[in-house]
Design a protein around this ligand. Structure first.
Ligand code: ADP
Ligand code: MG
Length: 401
């Protein structure tokens, strides 16, 4: 373990009285924009009898231990245990998420609250407990064994993809049923173990409740009402001028753009003010496109405008213009690589897997995957497949009897 990490681990262990008696920090396993995550051994595992484990049918997390952390209660050994019992004890690991002190208290509370709401979902990593010392908050989660996405995605066959996505959509179906948007679906936030073929969703740091910060957007109107509004807005902004309005009196649009570049849905890029759980489905589509094309990251834009160009290159100007209009946006570009019609996802996948020159075609299973991918990457969120519908789709039923 390198010196800096060792130093940070020492510091963390000193922040909370009794920490060392309760946890043994092993290594750093993640460092993100908002937190550092460590793997640790829970030295008191035996003392709260298997709590956060899944039940025997893998269906439910058993209730989390509602044991309050205190310095007095932390003893490394239970005096009633024989040395043999102590030795045979299977080490139980936890992930300790140290949330950066620069995160706002509301944000931290939001993440912990949502995790609490989702505690009964077997495919959402539950919160064991959390504690705070002045401005430092740590969340304790059961450690979930997983493999780095980049190590296995190129080897996935269509049945592997179906199993992976079934696990991810099961989590999303649960989250969306509670009207929660995850907002940051991407491989590093879905911990998957190819051996057991199980995955858990983590990182609700950007998640939000549907509708809480929404303002009506024309994408929720019927097409006729939308057209009328769009025309009225155009007239109002262009009337006294010729071309781009010099004094734009329209209120500036504020929309939540949180998420990771490359995974943002078109409606997020178009600053839709009434975003729904469908934004997560688009991001899953990007994951599937990554797997099918064997390219990671698939989209690699520096900003939202570049991201729109990347999407427009695939879908074409015509469909992109229509997608923008849904949210009251005009989409125009003179970039020559952005054609009017775009390309089919099948073509894109054949290109990126170097099969277009050889005249090879997609296998039947791949075709089914692409058909499903088209449903996830619908530019219009209201037409995009939902998590529940996805679970019923023939592609995700692959291999099930
Ligand atoms: P951030 O907000 O910093 O992205 P995450 O919650 O996504 O934090 O965690 C960052 C990384 O830490 C994950 O990508 C994963 O590698 C690791 N990690 C997080 N939670 C767990 C867990 N419960 N078990 C194992 N590893 C985890
Ligand atoms: Mg993360």
């Amino acid at each position: 373990v390198d010196g800096n990490i060792q130093h940070d681990m020492e510091k963390l262990a000193n922040t909370y009285p009794g920490f060392r008696q309760r946890y043994r920090l092993i290594k750093r396993i993640g460092e993100g924009t908002f937190s550092t995550v460590y793997k640790a051994e829970d030295l008191q595992y035996d003392r709260y009898d298997n709590s956060w484990d899944l039940d025997k049918d893998n269906e439910k997390w058993s209730p989390p231990p509602l044991k309050t952390y205190s310095a007095q209660s932390s003893m490394a050994f239970d005096a009633t245990q024989s040395m043999e019992q102590v030795r045979r004890r299977k080490p139980k690991f936890v992930a300790i998420k140290k949330i950066y002190v620069t995160s706002s208290p509301t944000r931290i509370l939001n993440e912990l609250e949502l995790l609490h709401d989702l505690r009964n979902c077997p495919s959402v990593c539950p919160l064991v407990t959390a504690f705070r010392s002045t401005d430092q908050v740590v969340a304790i989660l059961p450690y979930f064994r997983h493999m780095d996405f980049r190590q296995y995605f190129r080897k996935m066959t269509p049945p592997d993809m179906a199993i992976y996505l079934r696990s991810l959509f099961t989590a999303l179906s649960f989250v969306h049923a509670r009207h929660i948007l995850h907002r940051d679906i991407k491989p590093t936030n879905f911990l998957y173990d190819p051996d057991t073929q199980r995955g858990v969703l983590v990182d609700f740091g950007l998640a939000e409740r549907e509708g809480v910060e929404s303002k009506p957007c024309t994408c929720h109107d019927d097409p006729v009402a939308r057209k009328t509004k769009l025309r009225a807005a155009l007239h109002a902004s262009l009337a006294p001028h010729n071309g781009y309005p010099k004094q734009d009196t329209r209120p500036s649009r504020r929309a939540n753009r949180a998420g990771t570049r490359g995974f943002r849905a078109p409606e997020v890029l178009f600053k839709c003010t009434e975003q729904t759980t469908k934004i997560d489905i688009w991001s899953v589509g990007v994951i599937l496109l990554t797997i099918l094309s064997r390219r990671f990251p698939f989209f690699n834009s520096a900003d939202d405008v570049e991201a729109m160009i990347e999407i427009a290159t695939i879908f074409g100007q015509k469909r992109m213009r229509h997608a923008g209009q849904l949210h009251g946006c005009m989409f125009e570009t003179t970039i020559p690589t952005v054609g009017s019609q775009g390309f089919s996802l099948e073509r894109i996948i054949l290109w990126s897997t170097c099969r277009s020159d050889t005249g090879e075609v997609l296998s039947d299973n791949e075709k089914q995957a692409v058909e499903f991918l088209n449903r996830c990457m619908e530019l219009d969120p209201s037409r995009r497949i939902s998590a529940d519908e996805a679970l019923q789709h023939p592609f995700l039923q692959m291999g099930l009897d």
